[in-house]
Design a protein around this ligand. Sequence first.
Ligand code: PLP
Length: 371
Amino acid sequence: MIPGPVKVPQRVLRAMAKPMISHRSADFEKIYEDCRSRLKDLFDTENEVVVLSGSGTAGMEAAVGGIIGEGEKVVTVTNGKFGERFTELGDRYGSIVPLDFPWGTPFDLARIEAALEDGAKAITMVHNETSVGIVNPAREVGKLARKYDAVFIVDGISSVGGNEFLTDEWGIDIAITGSQKCLAVPPGLAMVAVSKRAMDLLEEGKGGYYTDLKAHLKKASKNQTPYTPAVSLFFALQEALKMAAEEGFPERRARMAALAGGVRAAASALDIQLFPQVNEHTTYSNTVTAMKMPSGISDSQLRGGMRKRGVVVSGGQEGLKGKIFRIGTMGACTEADVLRTIQTLELVLEKEGVISSLGAGVEAASKAIEA
Ligand code: PLP
């Protein structure tokens, strides 16, 4: 029940076991073409989508490295670990203007506007900040990016396919997602949607060699990749996209929303506080719920106790180690998965004397999910 990599459905695992094919064959081209077309629907975009063999960070690097050159400014808006990754990345390529908000707190749009007023080639943000379970306001930041003519780069790695993610409507120039999150494919693929405006700014030989977006886009126009791709993962991606389409993209997002609503309801019934602070532009995530560690129990007691009973949840990262725990509800997650998780959490809390009776969390979660 961690926020990625998530459980991979049998159908997807079986697809990966197909015999190997040449990545220069017509068979591969057909698969890549189908994946790219389905990914456009998933990203809600008319932009071109390329698939890089590499984890989500490869997509982040391709975006920043392709756009930002030496001396060029990129505003990196952060309120968690992955926002900060853009800062670290940007530092390798250009001149970063980090706009840091405390982890799990909403962005201040006025501060973002002030930073853009000073001129920047690009602005980066994370839509669903997995480290703190918050959904940041891409629509509002997108408006500012357009107003100040900055290339808008959004990490949708734990969001696309789980939360609403409107690439074109929000004016996102480069959107990124990863295979191991809402699509429930094993880790190892980064999907990147690139606008015409961003494409025109990409220069030959800029940024990373392997992550050169221009090279990936050029080859993608023939449904090929510049280098040998992770072919088996492409089999898996195609199958996962078919499964997502069968369920329906809106229905799939609604399922994850209901499950996360169940986790939040259970937290409230068990007197566990949610970690992120939300406001009118910022919401709780439907793909990962971050909760404060209840008093009277340690991280190792809570997560260790759950793990011993067969349920793995995530802890906090960096400064939040021991202070929060996180439950993922992405991919193929079911109501039964969530109820079992909450039941196990309750058992551990009762054993450690944090709660005195069992059932309140499971009841609240099931009612919320069924509502
Ligand atoms: N961005 C977000 C929001 C993430 O959740 C993650 C991974 O958890 C990453 C970036 C990094 O992706 P990867 O580990 O696939 O490189």
